[in-house]
Design a protein around this ligand. Structure first.
Ligand SMILES: C[S@@+](CC[C@H](N)C(=O)[O-])C[C@H]1O[C@@H](n2cnc3c(N)ncnc32)[C@H](O)[C@@H]1O
Length: 189
């Protein structure tokens, strides 16, 4: 019989005969609680905007690195000027103030340089959605997630997200939150 071992920060360890004691989440709303129930503690969200999903993760009791440049680009959401990005960041900061959330104003690649490899339990990727960015974000952030952690992301409904995903992974996601209009994907690190 296969025995699965879940570890959480070294001394805490549980064993079970199934890979997950808690059924996989069917909606993104449940994802935070599910990650917490795995014994995960610390993760990152790449692409935070107003901090709405970051708050879902934090409310579940998770510590979060919140990575977003909140920057106006010539080729991305051009209807938003820098003043509007500054406003969105202020909204996120206020929303996340009560939680153990660290705001990092930087691009995915810039922020990853200061995060040690294997130091996170999970990452949730929801930055730029063109396939090149999705691939880059996965490649860079999967290194930050420890073995047995979870690599997740938003918008599995988008062809570009699937394309970026399959540039990195050969098999399908472990789970897609099929009950969401914009499903999230998850892969075991
Ligand atoms: C779809 S929104 C994120 C929404 C958020 N995850 C939620 O569900 O509440 C995408 C965000 O990605 C950010 N973004 C764009 N380029 C990025 C990059 N290179 N690295 C990290 N975030 C980026 C944008 O500034 C924007 O706020």
């Amino acid at each position: 019989m296969i025995r699965y071992v879940q570890t959480c920060g070294g001394d805490k360890e549980t064993t079970s005969t199934t890979p997950f004691d808690v059924p996989l989440p069917l909606t993104r709303k449940d994802l935070g609680r599910w990650l917490k129930a795995q014994g995960y503690q610390r993760g990152a969200e790449v692409g935070v905007e107003q901090g709405k999903f970051a708050e879902v993760l934090c409310r579940a009791g998770l510590e979060l690195l919140c990575v977003d440049p909140w920057r106006a680009w010539p080729d991305y959401r051009t209807h938003l000027d820098q003043a509007e990005w500054d406003r969105l960041m202020a909204v996120a900061c206020e929303r996340l103030a009560p939680y153990p959330a660290k705001i990092v104003r930087a691009t995915s690649v810039e922020a990853a340089q200061d995060v040690p490899d294997d130091s996170l339990d999970f990452v949730y990727i929801d930055g730029k959605h063109d396939w090149e960015s999705v691939e880059l974000d996965i490649v860079v952030w999967r290194e930050k997630v420890r073995d047995g952690g979870m690599i997740c992301g938003h918008d599995w409904n988008l062809g570009s997200v699937k394309q970026g995903f399959y540039r990195v992974f050969t098999g399908p996601p472990l789970q897609v939150t099929v009950a969401d209009r914009s499903p999230s994907w998850m892969v075991r690190a």
